[in-house]
Design a protein around this ligand. Structure first.
Ligand SMILES: NC(=O)c1ccc[n+]([C@@H]2O[C@H](COP(=O)([O-])OP(=O)(O)OC[C@H]3O[C@@H](n4cnc5c(N)ncnc54)[C@H](O)[C@@H]3O)[C@@H](O)[C@H]2O)c1
Length: 449
Protein backbone atom coordinates (compact mmCIF):
# COMPACT_ATOMS: atom_id res chain seq x y z
CA UNK A 1 0.00 0.00 0.00
CA UNK A 2 1.26 3.48 -0.81
CA UNK A 3 1.93 5.96 1.94
CA UNK A 4 -0.26 8.97 1.10
CA UNK A 5 1.65 11.19 3.52
CA UNK A 6 5.02 10.69 1.78
CA UNK A 7 5.75 13.73 -0.36
CA UNK A 8 8.77 12.07 -1.96
CA UNK A 9 7.57 9.90 -4.87
CA UNK A 10 10.55 7.52 -4.59
CA UNK A 11 9.78 6.58 -0.99
CA UNK A 12 6.00 6.56 -1.38
CA UNK A 13 5.87 3.07 -2.85
CA UNK A 14 8.60 1.43 -0.82
CA UNK A 15 8.02 2.71 2.68
CA UNK A 16 8.22 0.07 5.35
CA UNK A 17 7.78 0.29 9.12
CA UNK A 18 10.72 1.52 11.15
CA UNK A 19 11.88 0.51 14.62
CA UNK A 20 10.11 3.53 16.09
CA UNK A 21 6.85 2.59 14.41
CA UNK A 22 7.16 -0.98 15.58
CA UNK A 23 7.78 0.18 19.15
CA UNK A 24 4.66 2.31 18.97
CA UNK A 25 2.76 -0.62 17.50
CA UNK A 26 3.85 -2.82 20.39
CA UNK A 27 2.91 -0.11 22.84
CA UNK A 28 -0.61 0.00 21.40
CA UNK A 29 -1.09 -3.75 21.20
CA UNK A 30 0.74 -5.12 24.16
CA UNK A 31 -0.22 -2.80 26.97
CA UNK A 32 -3.37 -4.84 27.41
CA UNK A 33 -5.45 -4.85 30.57
CA UNK A 34 -6.12 -8.55 30.39
CA UNK A 35 -7.28 -10.27 33.52
CA UNK A 36 -7.04 -7.22 35.78
CA UNK A 37 -9.93 -5.82 37.71
CA UNK A 38 -9.57 -2.20 36.66
CA UNK A 39 -12.18 0.50 37.33
CA UNK A 40 -14.01 1.70 34.21
CA UNK A 41 -12.57 5.22 34.66
CA UNK A 42 -9.05 3.87 34.16
CA UNK A 43 -10.19 1.62 31.35
CA UNK A 44 -11.66 4.67 29.57
CA UNK A 45 -8.38 6.52 30.07
CA UNK A 46 -6.50 3.57 28.62
CA UNK A 47 -8.77 3.62 25.56
CA UNK A 48 -8.16 7.31 25.12
CA UNK A 49 -4.40 6.83 25.33
CA UNK A 50 -4.61 3.93 22.88
CA UNK A 51 -6.57 5.93 20.34
CA UNK A 52 -4.16 8.88 20.73
CA UNK A 53 -1.24 6.51 20.20
CA UNK A 54 -2.87 5.16 17.03
CA UNK A 55 -3.30 8.75 15.82
CA UNK A 56 0.36 9.59 16.51
CA UNK A 57 1.54 6.36 14.95
CA UNK A 58 -0.47 6.81 11.78
CA UNK A 59 0.33 10.48 11.31
CA UNK A 60 4.11 9.96 10.99
CA UNK A 61 5.16 9.94 7.33
CA UNK A 62 6.95 6.65 6.88
CA UNK A 63 9.53 8.16 4.49
CA UNK A 64 11.21 9.53 7.63
CA UNK A 65 12.31 6.05 8.67
CA UNK A 66 14.41 3.22 7.33
CA UNK A 67 12.59 0.05 6.29
CA UNK A 68 12.76 -3.06 8.44
CA UNK A 69 9.99 -5.46 7.50
CA UNK A 70 9.03 -6.12 3.90
CA UNK A 71 6.43 -8.83 4.66
CA UNK A 72 2.84 -8.15 5.68
CA UNK A 73 0.58 -10.80 7.19
CA UNK A 74 -3.06 -11.11 6.15
CA UNK A 75 -5.65 -9.29 8.25
CA UNK A 76 -9.40 -8.93 8.10
CA UNK A 77 -11.24 -5.74 8.93
CA UNK A 78 -14.41 -6.28 10.98
CA UNK A 79 -16.73 -3.37 11.69
CA UNK A 80 -19.02 -3.91 14.67
CA UNK A 81 -16.68 -6.71 15.75
CA UNK A 82 -17.46 -6.32 19.46
CA UNK A 83 -21.22 -6.73 19.06
CA UNK A 84 -23.22 -9.94 19.34
CA UNK A 85 -22.64 -11.33 15.83
CA UNK A 86 -19.27 -9.57 15.49
CA UNK A 87 -17.69 -11.15 18.58
CA UNK A 88 -18.58 -14.62 17.27
CA UNK A 89 -17.23 -13.70 13.83
CA UNK A 90 -13.95 -12.55 15.44
CA UNK A 91 -13.70 -15.83 17.34
CA UNK A 92 -14.26 -17.79 14.11
CA UNK A 93 -11.61 -15.73 12.29
CA UNK A 94 -9.10 -16.26 15.11
CA UNK A 95 -9.71 -20.01 14.89
CA UNK A 96 -8.92 -19.73 11.18
CA UNK A 97 -5.64 -17.96 11.94
CA UNK A 98 -6.42 -14.37 10.90
CA UNK A 99 -5.28 -11.15 12.44
CA UNK A 100 -8.30 -8.92 12.97
CA UNK A 101 -8.70 -5.16 12.87
CA UNK A 102 -11.88 -4.39 14.77
CA UNK A 103 -13.58 -1.08 14.10
CA UNK A 104 -16.12 -0.54 16.85
CA UNK A 105 -16.86 2.68 18.73
CA UNK A 106 -18.59 0.73 21.53
CA UNK A 107 -21.92 2.50 21.09
CA UNK A 108 -23.67 -0.82 21.65
CA UNK A 109 -20.96 -3.02 23.14
CA UNK A 110 -18.24 -3.08 25.80
CA UNK A 111 -14.47 -2.98 25.48
CA UNK A 112 -14.00 -6.09 27.66
CA UNK A 113 -15.51 -8.13 24.80
CA UNK A 114 -11.96 -8.27 23.39
CA UNK A 115 -10.87 -10.13 26.52
CA UNK A 116 -13.98 -12.32 26.37
CA UNK A 117 -13.21 -13.32 22.76
CA UNK A 118 -9.70 -14.25 23.97
CA UNK A 119 -11.17 -16.36 26.79
CA UNK A 120 -13.60 -18.08 24.39
CA UNK A 121 -10.68 -18.79 22.03
CA UNK A 122 -8.65 -20.40 24.82
CA UNK A 123 -11.65 -22.41 26.11
CA UNK A 124 -12.30 -23.72 22.60
CA UNK A 125 -8.83 -25.31 22.65
CA UNK A 126 -7.62 -23.54 19.51
CA UNK A 127 -4.80 -21.68 21.23
CA UNK A 128 -3.79 -19.46 24.09
CA UNK A 129 -5.59 -16.37 25.34
CA UNK A 130 -2.41 -14.35 24.73
CA UNK A 131 -2.28 -15.38 21.07
CA UNK A 132 -5.89 -14.30 20.57
CA UNK A 133 -5.29 -10.92 22.21
CA UNK A 134 -2.19 -10.34 20.12
CA UNK A 135 -4.13 -11.07 16.95
CA UNK A 136 -6.94 -8.61 17.66
CA UNK A 137 -6.52 -4.87 17.24
CA UNK A 138 -9.43 -2.79 18.47
CA UNK A 139 -9.71 0.60 16.77
CA UNK A 140 -12.36 2.52 18.77
CA UNK A 141 -13.69 4.81 16.02
CA UNK A 142 -16.95 5.45 14.22
CA UNK A 143 -16.83 3.46 10.98
CA UNK A 144 -18.28 6.47 9.15
CA UNK A 145 -15.45 8.77 10.25
CA UNK A 146 -13.40 8.39 7.08
CA UNK A 147 -10.53 10.55 8.28
CA UNK A 148 -9.96 8.41 11.39
CA UNK A 149 -10.56 5.27 9.34
CA UNK A 150 -8.00 6.24 6.71
CA UNK A 151 -5.44 7.14 9.36
CA UNK A 152 -5.90 3.85 11.16
CA UNK A 153 -5.95 1.65 8.07
CA UNK A 154 -2.96 3.32 6.43
CA UNK A 155 -1.08 2.76 9.69
CA UNK A 156 -2.08 -0.87 10.09
CA UNK A 157 -1.66 -1.38 6.36
CA UNK A 158 2.09 -1.10 6.85
CA UNK A 159 2.08 -4.30 8.88
CA UNK A 160 -0.85 -6.16 7.41
CA UNK A 161 -2.37 -6.85 4.04
CA UNK A 162 -6.07 -6.22 4.59
CA UNK A 163 -7.63 -9.02 2.54
CA UNK A 164 -11.25 -8.11 3.13
CA UNK A 165 -13.78 -6.23 5.22
CA UNK A 166 -16.70 -7.77 7.06
CA UNK A 167 -19.19 -4.99 7.64
CA UNK A 168 -21.47 -5.66 10.63
CA UNK A 169 -21.67 -2.25 12.36
CA UNK A 170 -25.22 -0.95 12.24
CA UNK A 171 -28.18 0.10 14.32
CA UNK A 172 -30.45 -2.91 14.42
CA UNK A 173 -33.72 -2.37 16.28
CA UNK A 174 -36.78 -2.53 14.03
CA UNK A 175 -38.89 -0.84 16.72
CA UNK A 176 -36.43 2.01 17.20
CA UNK A 177 -36.15 2.50 13.44
CA UNK A 178 -39.88 3.22 13.28
CA UNK A 179 -39.48 5.96 15.90
CA UNK A 180 -36.21 7.38 14.61
CA UNK A 181 -35.76 6.53 10.90
CA UNK A 182 -33.18 9.29 10.42
CA UNK A 183 -30.76 7.53 12.81
CA UNK A 184 -31.06 4.37 10.71
CA UNK A 185 -30.45 6.21 7.46
CA UNK A 186 -27.40 7.94 8.93
CA UNK A 187 -25.78 4.98 10.70
CA UNK A 188 -26.68 2.21 8.25
CA UNK A 189 -26.67 3.95 4.87
CA UNK A 190 -24.85 7.32 4.75
CA UNK A 191 -21.90 6.07 6.78
CA UNK A 192 -21.78 2.84 4.82
CA UNK A 193 -21.50 4.79 1.56
CA UNK A 194 -18.53 6.75 2.95
CA UNK A 195 -17.02 3.60 4.40
CA UNK A 196 -17.13 1.72 1.09
CA UNK A 197 -15.59 4.69 -0.74
CA UNK A 198 -12.76 4.67 1.81
CA UNK A 199 -12.24 0.92 1.38
CA UNK A 200 -12.06 1.38 -2.39
CA UNK A 201 -9.43 4.08 -2.12
CA UNK A 202 -7.38 1.91 0.27
CA UNK A 203 -7.41 -0.93 -2.25
CA UNK A 204 -9.55 -3.29 -0.15
CA UNK A 205 -11.39 -5.45 -2.68
CA UNK A 206 -13.55 -7.93 -0.80
CA UNK A 207 -16.59 -6.84 1.19
CA UNK A 208 -18.94 -9.02 3.20
CA UNK A 209 -22.16 -7.34 4.34
CA UNK A 210 -24.63 -8.49 6.99
CA UNK A 211 -28.06 -7.77 5.61
CA UNK A 212 -31.22 -9.12 7.15
CA UNK A 213 -34.30 -11.22 6.44
CA UNK A 214 -36.29 -8.01 7.02
CA UNK A 215 -35.62 -7.21 3.33
CA UNK A 216 -38.25 -9.86 2.49
CA UNK A 217 -40.79 -7.68 4.29
CA UNK A 218 -41.50 -6.05 0.94
CA UNK A 219 -43.08 -9.28 -0.36
CA UNK A 220 -46.81 -9.97 -0.08
CA UNK A 221 -47.43 -11.99 3.13
CA UNK A 222 -48.63 -15.11 1.26
CA UNK A 223 -45.20 -15.42 -0.45
CA UNK A 224 -43.56 -15.84 2.94
CA UNK A 225 -45.41 -19.05 3.74
CA UNK A 226 -42.77 -21.02 1.82
CA UNK A 227 -39.01 -20.79 2.55
CA UNK A 228 -37.82 -17.55 0.97
CA UNK A 229 -35.36 -17.74 -1.91
CA UNK A 230 -32.80 -15.00 -2.43
CA UNK A 231 -33.99 -14.03 -5.92
CA UNK A 232 -37.48 -13.14 -4.65
CA UNK A 233 -35.89 -9.85 -3.59
CA UNK A 234 -33.02 -8.92 -5.90
CA UNK A 235 -30.39 -6.37 -4.94
CA UNK A 236 -31.89 -2.97 -5.71
CA UNK A 237 -29.61 -0.18 -6.86
CA UNK A 238 -31.98 2.61 -5.78
CA UNK A 239 -35.22 3.27 -3.94
CA UNK A 240 -36.80 4.14 -7.29
CA UNK A 241 -36.22 0.57 -8.49
CA UNK A 242 -37.95 -0.71 -5.36
CA UNK A 243 -41.00 1.36 -6.24
CA UNK A 244 -44.28 0.08 -4.83
CA UNK A 245 -42.61 -2.70 -2.82
CA UNK A 246 -41.42 -0.24 -0.17
CA UNK A 247 -44.75 -0.47 1.64
CA UNK A 248 -44.08 -3.57 3.75
CA UNK A 249 -40.64 -2.45 4.87
CA UNK A 250 -39.56 -0.81 8.10
CA UNK A 251 -36.87 1.91 8.04
CA UNK A 252 -34.43 -0.76 9.29
CA UNK A 253 -35.40 -3.05 6.38
CA UNK A 254 -35.03 -0.17 3.92
CA UNK A 255 -31.59 0.64 5.32
CA UNK A 256 -30.54 -2.98 4.68
CA UNK A 257 -31.94 -2.95 1.12
CA UNK A 258 -29.99 0.26 0.44
CA UNK A 259 -26.88 -1.26 2.04
CA UNK A 260 -27.11 -4.23 -0.35
CA UNK A 261 -27.32 -1.77 -3.25
CA UNK A 262 -24.21 0.03 -2.01
CA UNK A 263 -22.25 -3.24 -1.97
CA UNK A 264 -23.43 -3.92 -5.54
CA UNK A 265 -22.17 -0.48 -6.64
CA UNK A 266 -18.85 -1.01 -4.85
CA UNK A 267 -18.35 -4.29 -6.74
CA UNK A 268 -19.43 -2.89 -10.11
CA UNK A 269 -16.86 -0.10 -9.97
CA UNK A 270 -13.82 -2.39 -10.22
CA UNK A 271 -13.50 -5.81 -11.87
CA UNK A 272 -11.22 -7.06 -9.11
CA UNK A 273 -13.77 -6.45 -6.38
CA UNK A 274 -16.05 -9.09 -4.87
CA UNK A 275 -18.95 -8.83 -2.48
CA UNK A 276 -21.10 -11.19 -0.47
CA UNK A 277 -24.41 -10.09 0.99
CA UNK A 278 -25.63 -12.34 3.79
CA UNK A 279 -29.28 -12.09 4.74
CA UNK A 280 -29.26 -13.12 8.37
CA UNK A 281 -32.43 -14.67 9.69
CA UNK A 282 -32.58 -14.99 13.48
CA UNK A 283 -29.15 -15.39 15.09
CA UNK A 284 -29.59 -16.97 18.52
CA UNK A 285 -27.52 -18.75 21.18
CA UNK A 286 -23.97 -18.09 22.28
CA UNK A 287 -20.55 -19.62 21.97
CA UNK A 288 -20.54 -22.84 24.11
CA UNK A 289 -17.73 -21.41 26.30
CA UNK A 290 -20.25 -18.98 27.79
CA UNK A 291 -17.83 -16.05 27.42
CA UNK A 292 -19.66 -14.35 24.53
CA UNK A 293 -23.19 -13.05 24.86
CA UNK A 294 -25.71 -10.77 23.26
CA UNK A 295 -24.97 -7.93 25.66
CA UNK A 296 -26.25 -4.68 24.12
CA UNK A 297 -25.26 -1.43 25.82
CA UNK A 298 -28.38 0.28 24.58
CA UNK A 299 -30.93 -1.11 27.02
CA UNK A 300 -33.67 1.04 25.47
CA UNK A 301 -33.66 -1.26 22.45
CA UNK A 302 -35.68 -4.32 23.34
CA UNK A 303 -33.04 -6.76 22.12
CA UNK A 304 -33.80 -10.01 20.33
CA UNK A 305 -36.32 -12.64 21.32
CA UNK A 306 -33.74 -14.53 23.42
CA UNK A 307 -33.02 -11.40 25.48
CA UNK A 308 -36.70 -11.17 26.29
CA UNK A 309 -36.93 -14.88 27.15
CA UNK A 310 -33.88 -14.47 29.39
CA UNK A 311 -35.55 -11.62 31.31
CA UNK A 312 -38.70 -13.71 31.78
CA UNK A 313 -36.70 -16.66 33.14
CA UNK A 314 -34.52 -14.50 35.42
CA UNK A 315 -37.29 -12.32 36.81
CA UNK A 316 -40.05 -14.90 36.63
CA UNK A 317 -41.97 -12.49 34.38
CA UNK A 318 -44.68 -13.29 31.87
CA UNK A 319 -43.29 -13.56 28.31
CA UNK A 320 -45.32 -11.60 25.76
CA UNK A 321 -45.80 -13.39 22.44
CA UNK A 322 -46.71 -10.86 19.75
CA UNK A 323 -48.94 -11.55 16.80
CA UNK A 324 -50.40 -14.86 18.03
CA UNK A 325 -52.79 -16.19 15.42
CA UNK A 326 -50.59 -14.94 12.60
CA UNK A 327 -48.45 -18.08 12.41
CA UNK A 328 -51.28 -20.22 11.09
CA UNK A 329 -49.79 -23.61 11.98
CA UNK A 330 -49.16 -25.46 15.23
CA UNK A 331 -49.55 -23.11 18.18
CA UNK A 332 -50.22 -20.17 15.80
CA UNK A 333 -47.48 -17.93 17.12
CA UNK A 334 -45.08 -16.42 14.57
CA UNK A 335 -42.68 -18.83 12.89
CA UNK A 336 -39.04 -17.77 12.75
CA UNK A 337 -35.86 -19.29 11.35
CA UNK A 338 -33.49 -19.48 14.33
CA UNK A 339 -29.81 -20.16 13.57
CA UNK A 340 -27.03 -20.61 16.12
CA UNK A 341 -24.84 -17.50 16.05
CA UNK A 342 -21.70 -19.66 15.80
CA UNK A 343 -23.10 -21.15 12.55
CA UNK A 344 -23.80 -17.61 11.31
CA UNK A 345 -20.20 -16.64 12.10
CA UNK A 346 -18.87 -19.72 10.29
CA UNK A 347 -20.96 -18.86 7.22
CA UNK A 348 -19.65 -15.29 7.19
CA UNK A 349 -16.04 -16.50 7.42
CA UNK A 350 -16.68 -18.99 4.60
CA UNK A 351 -18.07 -16.15 2.45
CA UNK A 352 -14.94 -14.11 3.06
CA UNK A 353 -12.67 -17.03 2.17
CA UNK A 354 -14.64 -17.73 -1.00
CA UNK A 355 -13.84 -14.17 -2.11
CA UNK A 356 -10.25 -14.07 -0.97
CA UNK A 357 -8.82 -17.44 -1.79
CA UNK A 358 -10.91 -18.97 -4.54
CA UNK A 359 -11.85 -15.71 -6.19
CA UNK A 360 -15.08 -15.64 -8.07
CA UNK A 361 -14.12 -16.87 -11.48
CA UNK A 362 -17.72 -16.73 -12.67
CA UNK A 363 -19.29 -13.52 -13.91
CA UNK A 364 -21.18 -12.96 -10.68
CA UNK A 365 -18.87 -11.05 -8.37
CA UNK A 366 -21.70 -10.19 -5.99
CA UNK A 367 -23.34 -13.09 -4.23
CA UNK A 368 -26.45 -12.98 -2.07
CA UNK A 369 -27.06 -15.76 0.43
CA UNK A 370 -29.62 -16.48 3.10
CA UNK A 371 -28.00 -17.50 6.37
CA UNK A 372 -30.99 -19.59 7.32
CA UNK A 373 -31.77 -23.11 8.51
CA UNK A 374 -34.44 -23.79 5.89
CA UNK A 375 -36.89 -24.74 8.64
CA UNK A 376 -38.49 -22.73 11.38
CA UNK A 377 -40.10 -23.08 14.76
CA UNK A 378 -42.70 -20.95 16.48
CA UNK A 379 -41.76 -18.39 19.11
CA UNK A 380 -43.84 -20.32 21.67
CA UNK A 381 -41.92 -23.51 20.87
CA UNK A 382 -38.65 -21.66 21.42
CA UNK A 383 -39.86 -20.37 24.78
CA UNK A 384 -40.80 -23.93 25.74
CA UNK A 385 -37.38 -25.28 24.71
CA UNK A 386 -35.55 -22.64 26.78
CA UNK A 387 -37.90 -23.51 29.64
CA UNK A 388 -36.93 -27.20 29.38
CA UNK A 389 -33.24 -26.35 29.40
CA UNK A 390 -33.47 -23.87 32.29
CA UNK A 391 -36.09 -25.94 34.15
CA UNK A 392 -38.36 -22.93 34.40
CA UNK A 393 -41.90 -23.04 33.07
CA UNK A 394 -42.09 -19.61 31.44
CA UNK A 395 -45.58 -18.12 31.54
CA UNK A 396 -46.76 -16.75 28.18
CA UNK A 397 -49.22 -13.94 27.39
CA UNK A 398 -50.60 -13.56 23.88
CA UNK A 399 -50.44 -10.00 22.55
CA UNK A 400 -51.51 -8.33 19.34
CA UNK A 401 -49.23 -7.92 16.34
CA UNK A 402 -46.61 -5.17 16.37
CA UNK A 403 -45.99 -2.92 13.39
CA UNK A 404 -43.68 -4.69 10.97
CA UNK A 405 -44.30 -8.22 12.39
CA UNK A 406 -44.80 -10.92 9.77
CA UNK A 407 -46.35 -14.34 10.35
CA UNK A 408 -43.72 -16.64 8.91
CA UNK A 409 -40.10 -15.85 8.11
CA UNK A 410 -38.12 -18.89 7.01
CA UNK A 411 -35.22 -18.80 4.57
CA UNK A 412 -34.32 -21.29 1.86
CA UNK A 413 -30.65 -22.27 2.28
CA UNK A 414 -30.24 -24.35 -0.90
CA UNK A 415 -28.08 -21.73 -2.64
CA UNK A 416 -25.54 -21.29 0.14
CA UNK A 417 -25.33 -25.05 0.67
CA UNK A 418 -24.72 -25.64 -3.02
CA UNK A 419 -22.24 -22.78 -3.61
CA UNK A 420 -20.41 -22.41 -0.28
CA UNK A 421 -21.09 -25.80 1.31
CA UNK A 422 -22.60 -24.14 4.39
CA UNK A 423 -25.32 -25.82 6.42
CA UNK A 424 -26.16 -25.09 10.05
CA UNK A 425 -24.43 -27.61 12.30
CA UNK A 426 -26.09 -26.82 15.62
CA UNK A 427 -29.63 -27.77 16.59
CA UNK A 428 -32.15 -25.57 18.37
CA UNK A 429 -31.52 -27.68 21.49
CA UNK A 430 -27.82 -26.71 21.30
CA UNK A 431 -28.90 -23.07 20.94
CA UNK A 432 -30.93 -23.30 24.17
CA UNK A 433 -28.21 -25.20 26.04
CA UNK A 434 -25.45 -22.71 25.13
CA UNK A 435 -27.75 -19.79 25.86
CA UNK A 436 -28.75 -21.06 29.33
CA UNK A 437 -25.10 -21.82 30.10
CA UNK A 438 -23.90 -18.35 29.05
CA UNK A 439 -26.58 -16.55 31.09
CA UNK A 440 -26.32 -18.94 33.99
CA UNK A 441 -30.05 -19.52 33.81
CA UNK A 442 -29.99 -23.01 35.30
CA UNK A 443 -27.88 -21.91 38.26
CA UNK A 444 -30.25 -19.03 38.93
CA UNK A 445 -33.02 -21.45 39.77
CA UNK A 446 -30.82 -23.30 42.25
CA UNK A 447 -31.88 -26.77 41.13
CA UNK A 448 -28.88 -27.45 38.90
CA UNK A 449 -25.09 -27.22 39.36
N1 LIG B 1 -28.78 -9.85 15.77
C1 LIG B 1 -29.74 -10.02 14.90
O1 LIG B 1 -30.79 -10.54 15.23
C2 LIG B 1 -29.52 -9.65 13.45
C3 LIG B 1 -30.41 -10.14 12.47
C4 LIG B 1 -30.23 -9.78 11.14
C5 LIG B 1 -29.17 -8.94 10.79
N2 LIG B 1 -28.33 -8.46 11.75
C6 LIG B 1 -27.26 -7.56 11.35
O2 LIG B 1 -26.02 -8.07 11.80
C7 LIG B 1 -25.15 -7.01 12.18
C8 LIG B 1 -24.64 -7.22 13.59
O3 LIG B 1 -25.74 -7.29 14.47
P1 LIG B 1 -25.53 -7.52 16.03
O4 LIG B 1 -26.70 -8.26 16.53
O5 LIG B 1 -24.18 -8.06 16.30
O6 LIG B 1 -25.62 -6.01 16.53
P2 LIG B 1 -24.87 -5.35 17.80
O7 LIG B 1 -25.56 -4.08 18.09
O8 LIG B 1 -24.72 -6.34 18.89
O9 LIG B 1 -23.43 -5.05 17.19
C9 LIG B 1 -23.18 -3.98 16.34
C10 LIG B 1 -21.84 -3.39 16.77
O10 LIG B 1 -21.54 -2.31 15.88
C11 LIG B 1 -21.09 -1.20 16.64
N3 LIG B 1 -21.45 0.00 15.89
C12 LIG B 1 -22.69 0.40 15.51
N4 LIG B 1 -22.60 1.54 14.82
C13 LIG B 1 -21.29 1.86 14.75
C14 LIG B 1 -20.57 2.92 14.15
N5 LIG B 1 -21.17 3.91 13.50
N6 LIG B 1 -19.21 2.92 14.25
C15 LIG B 1 -18.56 1.93 14.91
N7 LIG B 1 -19.20 0.91 15.50
C16 LIG B 1 -20.55 0.87 15.41
C17 LIG B 1 -21.78 -1.30 17.99
O11 LIG B 1 -21.02 -0.69 19.02
C18 LIG B 1 -21.85 -2.82 18.18
O12 LIG B 1 -20.72 -3.30 18.88
C19 LIG B 1 -25.96 -5.72 12.00
O13 LIG B 1 -25.63 -5.20 10.74
C20 LIG B 1 -27.40 -6.19 12.02
O14 LIG B 1 -28.21 -5.34 11.27
C21 LIG B 1 -28.47 -8.81 13.08
Amino acid sequence: MDCHRCTDATTRRSCRPSEIEILLYFFVNYTSLQGLDIPSRIRNYYQLVTSQAIKVLTSIPCCLYTSVSPSRGPAVLVTGGLGYVGSHVCLELLKRGYTILIIDDLRNSFSNTVQNIGLAFETSGFGEYKTAIQNMNHIPIDYGDTQALNQALVGYGRYFLIVGAIHLAASKSVAESLKNPRKYYENNVSKMERFLTALGSLGIRNVIFSSSATVYGCLPPETALKPLKEDLVPVFRSLRQLGGMLGGLTPYGISKILGEGLVARFVERDKQRNGVVFRLFNPVGCDPSGHLKDDPKDKKCRGGVMQMIMKSVRRDQVFEVYGTGLGGRGDKSCIRDFVHVADIARGIAMGLEACVYKGYRDRERLKVYNLASGGGISVKQLVRKVGLESRVAVRVRECSKREGDIAVSVGDNGKIECQLGWVPERSIEAVCKDFCHAYNLQKDRGDLN
